[in-house]
Design a binder for this molecule. Sequence first.
Ligand code: KG4
Length: 332
Amino acid sequence: MLVLAIESSCDETSAAVVRDGRRVLSNIIASQVDVHAQYGGVVPELAARKHLEACPVVIDQALSQAGVSLEDIDGVAVTSGPGLIGALLVGLSTAKALAYSLDVPLVGVHHIEGHILAPLLEQPIAFPYLALAVSGGHTHLYQVDGIGQYTLLGRTLDDAAGEAFDKVAKMSGLSYPGGALIDKLAQQGDACRFEFPRPMLHRPGFDFSFSGIKTAVLTQIKKLDEPLEGQLLQDLAAGFQEAVVDVLSKKAFKAAKEYGLSRIVVAGGVACNSGLRKRFGQMAEKNAVEVFFPAPLLCADNAAMLAVAGDYYLSKGCRADLDLNARSNWPL
Ligand code: KG4
């Protein structure tokens, strides 16, 4: 089955053509980062307008790169939530129009479901596994028993990990989104110079909290009596990143142990983080657990990741009606 997938939940417009839910023939991503950077964060109304412009373009590019035409498409998968409502509606309306005019089935896919199944596009991974979804809007731990079978084990009670990265970047005078910039600075920094808290690390359960780390960084910045630049900035970034990596890795491995899971998938934009990848690799060896990180292109928001679940649901006969609505909040 040839699935056309469309993603527009936040500030990336993406279209992909995927065969049989595994073979990515194309995965085009148009980022709006430059548009939102000047405002220090995503402006929902602007995001929706930019999706309107980009949607037809990325779909054309995805079809042409895959070497197929619209008539070859057997089904359409689209992110129907969660995300920015205006942004979601653009992708969803496009997907509905295409499915209706081509007379092919349509299915709505949960954005986080896309992220936590993304590594299956690169290699087979046996179920069950533990999935840590870490992005700008989400920090969730799930037990994944199969496609469509998810048990939420923990989630952030305040900021998402990526949101904390972006806010710390902003208070350090870096541009939006700052996660990758903090990562780069942290690689040159001394993580021991500043000690930041590890919220909820020793509490029972698997929930997270990142707003305390962010506030501790702000308090530290206010106390500085020299400009935040050079080695000082690198050390601050390293200390902050170390705290986030520590909490994410220790909680994930503790959950894997408690639930008897020997595989961990880490997905979402923050899964690009070099410190997180390194730490999970080290802990994997020690704990005899296999760890899977998708390639960076599949960590960030992209449409190909939707095709894993999309293809599965379409093959099972699931069909969304044309009254399928976007959901800004939608628990998985
Ligand atoms: O999954 P994603 O592309 O979009 C959603 O939020 O859904 O994730 C974007 C988030 C941003 O917060 C960004 O700063 C963060 O991922 N990010 C990183 C890195 N690359 C992207 N955070 C830490 N280290 C990175 N290397």
